[in-house]
Design a protein around this ligand. Structure first.
Ligand SMILES: Cc1cc2nc3c(=O)[nH]c(=O)nc-3n(C[C@H](O)[C@H](O)[C@H](O)COP(=O)(O)OP(=O)(O)OC[C@H]3O[C@@H](n4cnc5c(N)ncnc54)[C@H](O)[C@@H]3O)c2cc1C
Length: 500
């Protein structure tokens, strides 16, 4: 038997890339306060579900079905009142600075009651993570402080992400594919800024947001090398809203068309463009991919959590039904076949949750939360009074050198393996969580029979809501390919992914 003395040096070695479970490396590095904070977040979400989400979810679904132009301002104002739009904005930008992984548990809770409403909150953080991935600290400070002001004034200030176009969906989320996409949103460089022309579609929360993180291209023939990220505020000349999609699920959350016609965006609102990033060690195209990976590695964990939530919601409806309904002289829950189905559904929830938790570990070790979860920074920002943070840190946030420093750390010092590991895990949690979501909804309907089809039983709404999750944030097929590329194919020289 190998002795402890011999094992010790083996354990002390740097973890190998093949050590697939990120929790193995991450758990000892986590600040302990994260656990307490996460339990509090879950408790708040459950209270919000009881008081706001469940009583209103079916009503909103019907309202939006009857009137596709209806906007759920009532719900958004409630979420704003409860402080949900600043909860995960770091304290240095005026937010509450809760630990980022706790957001997934929160979203799972809300999605277990209504995925559309979970998206009305969660998609704001898709905007937050997008600007954060540009590491443009001055603009982050500006937009996040606007959100904070919106919270104080009771007038929500949300941020959306606009990347999808009529001819470009999955492919714009992967630099290797973007050249095949039919991108048409053009940002022409002119003196003092960019002039944008084009259309974006399926933008969640579009009509409800104040700021839009717009992805456009300065050269439509070479989008991978010419990606531009712009912060566009409502009211900017040349920017308008088009229609809202009429869709099968998540009806409460609008999917909007954004229209740009000779829309001038000044340099001060350019978050990221080839001019700004050519100073870093990777090529412009590689840095674009890195930024996209930072975004989707964060957001796909969130979509995995939505999937877990809807899987749980369906399980809970099925369990309730089985506990109350008699079939063939006894309660459904006492039929072995029903018990097997419920066990299967429970397993699906557990697996989905484990997947997003592992992705959160990956993001904390190698990705977008890395700095925030580093113990000295975590405890400093958690316990330092806000007044001191505002006095001694905030003045530096608007300086160009601060953006440069954050970019140096996050662009140049992130290794390719680290980006691939987070990206691969994010894809895994996205398709596992959302596939489990759809699967559980189907099982719930199977178990409930005709009762499951009735609107007031909620199971059919869960099914309609869950299907959308398999599509956004890159279809599940693309995410499978990305997992193969990042976690499997990378160590097999013969493997080719996303090639023409
Ligand atoms: C409800 C909802 C909300 C959304 N919210 C937003 C938002 O807030 N912001 C935003 O920018 N976008 C948003 N989207 C857009 C979303 O990100 C895209 O729909 C998604 O990325 C898929 O793109 P697509 O619909 O164009 O499908 P396509 O990419 O056209 O895919 C069609 C089919 O082709 C397959 N496919 C595509 N490429 C490949 C490939 N290379 N290899 C193999 N198969 C491939 C797909 O798997 C799929 O089966 C939203 C979409 C929905 C449905």
């Amino acid at each position: 038997m190998i002795s402890n003395r011999e094992v010790k040096p083996l354990l002390d070695r740097e973890p190998r890339f093949e050590d697939i479970m990120c929790s193995l490396n991450s758990v000892p590095r986590l600040p302990r306060a994260i656990i307490k904070e996460t339990k509090e977040v879950i408790a708040i979400a459950r209270k919000f579900n009881d008081e706001v989400v469940r009583p209103y979810a079916l009503d909103l679904d019907r309202k939006k079905h009857e009137d596709p132009d209806y906007l759920p301002w009532g719900f958004v104002k409630k979420a704003n009142e409860w402080g949900f739009y600043t909860m995960w904005i770091p304290k240095i930008f005026g937010g509450k600075g809760l630990n980022m992984p706790s957001m997934s548990y929160f979203l799972e809770e809300i999605a277990s009651a209504c995925t559309g409403m979970a998206n009305l909150i969660g998609v704001h953080y898709l905007g937050v993570v997008t600007i954060s991935a540009s590491w443009h600290i001055r603009l982050m400070n500006k937009l996040f402080r606007d959100t904070l002001e919106g919270e104080k004034r009771g007038s929500p200030c949300l941020i959306s992400l606009a990347i999808t176009e009529p001819g470009a969906g999955t492919d714009v989320e992967e630099v290797a594919l973007v050249k095949k996409a039919k991108v048409t949103c053009h940002a022409k460089k002119v003196n003092g800024g960019y002039i944008v022309n084009g259309r974006k579609i399926f933008i969640s929360n579009g009509h409800l947001s104040t700021w839009h993180m717009l992805i456009a291209y300065s050269d439509l023939k070479r989008p991978a090398e010419s990606t531009v990220m712009l912060a566009v505020r409502n009211g900017t000349k040349g920017f308008s809203f088009g229609t809202q999609e009429i869709k099968m699920g998540q009806k409460g959350c609008p999917a909007s068309e954004l229209i740009f016609e000779d829309c001038f965006i000044p340099d001060e609102n350019v978050c990221f463009d080839p001019i700004q990033i050519k100073k870093f060690s990777r090529s412009v195209k590689e840095t674009n991919m890195q930024v996209i990976d930072y975004v989707v590695s964060g957001s796909r964990a969130g979509v995995g959590a939505f999937g877990t939530g809807v899987a749980r919601g369906a399980f809970e409806e099925a369990l309730r039904f089985a506990s109350e309904t008699e079939v063939d002289g006894r309660l459904l829950i006492n039929h072995e076949w029903a018990q097997c189905m419920l066990a299967e559904m429970y397993k699906n929830v557990a697996i989905a949750r484990l997947s997003y938790v592992e992705t959160n570990y990956a993001n904390g070790l190698y990705g977008i939360f890395k700095l925030l979860q580093w113990k000295p920074i975590f405890y400093y920002t958690k316990y330092m009074p806000k007044s001191i943070i505002d006095r001694f840190i905030s003045p530096f946030l608007d300086l160009p050198i601060t953006t440069w420093l954050f970019r140096k750390i996050n662009f140049d010092w992130q290794k390719d393996e680290e980006a691939q590991r987070t990206s691969g895990w994010a894809s895994l949690s996205k398709f596992v969580g959302t596939d489990m979501g759809v699967k559980n909804c189907q099982l719930a309907l199977e178990l409930m029979g005709q009762a499951g089809l009735r609107h007031d039983m909620r199971a059919e709404k869960h099914l309609r809501d869950s299907k959308l999750l398999q599509i956004y944030e890159g279809t599940n097929q693309l995410n499978r390919l990305n997992l193969f590329k990042c976690l499997i194919g990378r160590s097999i020289p013969q493997a080719r992914v996303f090639e023409e």
